[in-house]
Design a protein around this ligand. Structure first.
Ligand SMILES: [Zn+2]
Length: 341
């Protein structure tokens, strides 16, 4: 399977975030890339550098004011006397029905959902290359390859059309799905990350052409808290085209696979022409986030079930944090996926 990844994706190197109010080192580190590359190589993948696809495929799912914000906010932030090195919001609107603020501090609150997506001088460039890896993987699948893997880092599934959050800036899975829509009338996104894919859900919530399905730890006591419940089914034309499967904390392989079977049956009923797999490996039992208990062998079983859908598939990397088995978990998934092809 072809893997797409650009060295420029390393340049974003966030330092901190708040966890239950306490300052902690940011776990979304560039070294994740080395573990994921090793895992892809061990599965027999060839590594390719994507082309610069410009802003068009990104602007297809994100607002112009948000992209302008991402591009310029760090430079503007540095003009504030005594400002932090990284852009971290210190105010959030209760709701966003008011005016669009002109100031850097106001816009940071408007466009950043939480404190876990600090923006440095390099963030926008890295996020664009991460998205272009997804675009290139989608183009590869549209040209006839059965599947491709986009090693997207920074990840994307918590980014809404105009909001960053949860280590995410540009929604790579949404960009891939929208790119696939050029050739496919219907595209499904299956998100198997530990955390609910709230940004992806938000982007497609009113649409019937992109089915969004997410299996994740129950948000009642877990990030992203405000989204991911089973009664979120879409709205307007999109009603019935969003499907959430929250799982009890520490659920293991069998419970996950049971939910996956239900997810796959929903996808089959939708009859898409292409699939995006938002692949988080943080559902692993040894992941530092500790939300679910999927085993390394379990990732191969998950992949086999998804591959049995027999759909042209773009696999987009989402979460999965530093632990001994991170490489092996990716190898397990990609090998399991390939074994069904
Ligand atoms: Zn996650």
């Amino acid at each position: 399977m072809k893997t797409f990844y650009a060295e420029e994706q390393r340049r974003h190197d966030p330092k901190g975030f708040l966890s239950s109010g306490a300052p902690q080192p940011n776990p979304e580190k560039p070294v994740r890339i080395d573990r994921l590359l090793a895992g892809a190589r061990a599965a027999g993948c060839s590594i390719h550098h994507p082309s610069d696809h410009g802003l068009a495929p990104i602007a297809a799912v994100h607002s112009p004011e948000y992209l302008e914000f991402l591009q310029n906010i760090h430079r503007r932030w540095q003009l504030i006397p005594g400002a932090s090195h990284e852009v971290i919001p210190n105010i959030h609107p209760i709701n966003r029905s008011g005016s669009y603020p002109a100031s850097a501090v106001g816009q940071a609150g408007y466009h950043m959902a939480d404190t876990s997506c600090p923006i440095s001088a390099e963030t926008f460039e890295s996020a664009c290359w991460s998205a272009w890896s997804a675009v290139e993987a989608a183009a590869t699948v549209m040209s006839g390859e059965p599947a491709a893997y986009a090693l997207c880092r920074p990840p994307g599934h918590h980014a809404f059309a105009d909001v960053a959050g949860g280590f995410c800036f540009i929604n790579n899975s949404a960009v891939a799905a929208q790119t696939l829509r050029k050739h496919a009338d219907r595209v499904a996104i299956l998100d198997v990350d530990l955390h609910h894919g709230n940004g992806t859900q938000g982007i497609f919530y009113g649409r019937a052409d992109v089915l969004t399905v997410s299996i994740h730890a129950d948000p009642v006591r877990f990030y992203p808290f405000f989204w991911g419940y089973a009664d979120e089914r879409g709205e307007g034309a999109g009603l019935g085209y969003n499907y959430n499967l929250p799982l009890a904390r520490k659920s293991g392989d069998d419970i996950f696979l049971e939910a996956l079977d239900s997810a796959c049956r929903r996808i089959e009923a939708f009859a898409p022409q292409a699939l995006v797999v938002a692949l988080g490996l943080d559902a692993f039992e040894g992941d530092p986030f500790g939300g679910l208990s999927v085993s390394t062998a379990g990732f191969a079983r998950i992949a086999e079930r998804i591959a049995a859908l027999r759909l042209p598939s773009v696999i987009v990397q989402e979460g999965g944090y530093l632990c001994d088995a991170l490489s092996d978990n990716l190898t397990s998934f990609l090998t399991g996926f390939g074994s069904m092809r």
